[in-house]
Design a protein around this ligand. Sequence first.
Ligand SMILES: [Zn+2]
Length: 324
Amino acid sequence: MTSKTEGHRETLAPMIAALLPNKQYWVNPLGVSWPRFTFEELPIVVQKLVQLESFCGFLPIKKGSKAPMVCYKNKPHSPLLAALRKKPAALAIRSRNLLTLDFDSIDAYNYAAEERGIDLSYPSCWYIERTDNDQKFKINYFVSDEKLLELPNGKIKRTVNYLGTNLDVFLSNDSYIIFLGEHEDGNGHYFSRKGHDVTALAPPPKEVWDLVLEIAHKEKPAPSNSYLSTNSKRLNPCPICSRDERLWCSKNPDGSIFCMNGSTFSAEKSHGPLTITQVVNTSSGKYAVASISAACTTFKPHQERRTYRPHRTTRPKRNTRRAY
Ligand SMILES: [Zn+2]
């Protein structure tokens, strides 16, 4: 472990502790409360959350709402510390690699357990529960980039109340999952019990993945400008980021390239910080940045303009940057 992580843990642990419920952890009708975290154990949770920053972003949630305190759509992921510094009432996480089953009622539980054969008797994975309502809970799973390639769109749209069962399914960087802190009504807290917290995050079992595949194939096929469209070609290697494993970057019929951001390969890892319209040199010629999102940078073949600086002469001549 690096000293940076140690420093992180010292700052972050008390901030995370502030989001834990006071009246801690739901007590069942027999008066048994669930295993609690001690403050000595909290740094292990914090360390895991910090590790997740390599593919997840964190969002601060406003008191009395489920809304983030910051804009996040089409923005890069924010680290844990940035979210905690906003002193949120609750904390949310988002990632294209996080799959969430959100059980809104006993109907959802019954559907998943009985009709889909999903094991809900606390197998080892990350559960998010509520201190005030034991019928509402979520399970998060980790889905690798390789596994996402099995989906026609590389993600699924936010699926609410699937087949009228009160089961919601999310697998998209556009969704976020509140996992710790106060519920919007102020009566309960989101929490994870020890052993079923973020450190237990695991890939989905077959029954869960089958459900995701079913939902994914019911969705409309991706429009031609979407990732992984059927007319696009996987790049090996990608001329932008040089990715030559887990092929995930693609070239479209119009010549544009979707260059996907991974932890090993990304456009910015190869070319430094990028801005829209910036031109980069590649082995396949010049490409200009057309759009930037957390998951992907889109490039278009660069067209040299004949009149390169048409407006230069209309610019004021004074050098405003001169030091006085
Ligand atoms: Zn690429």
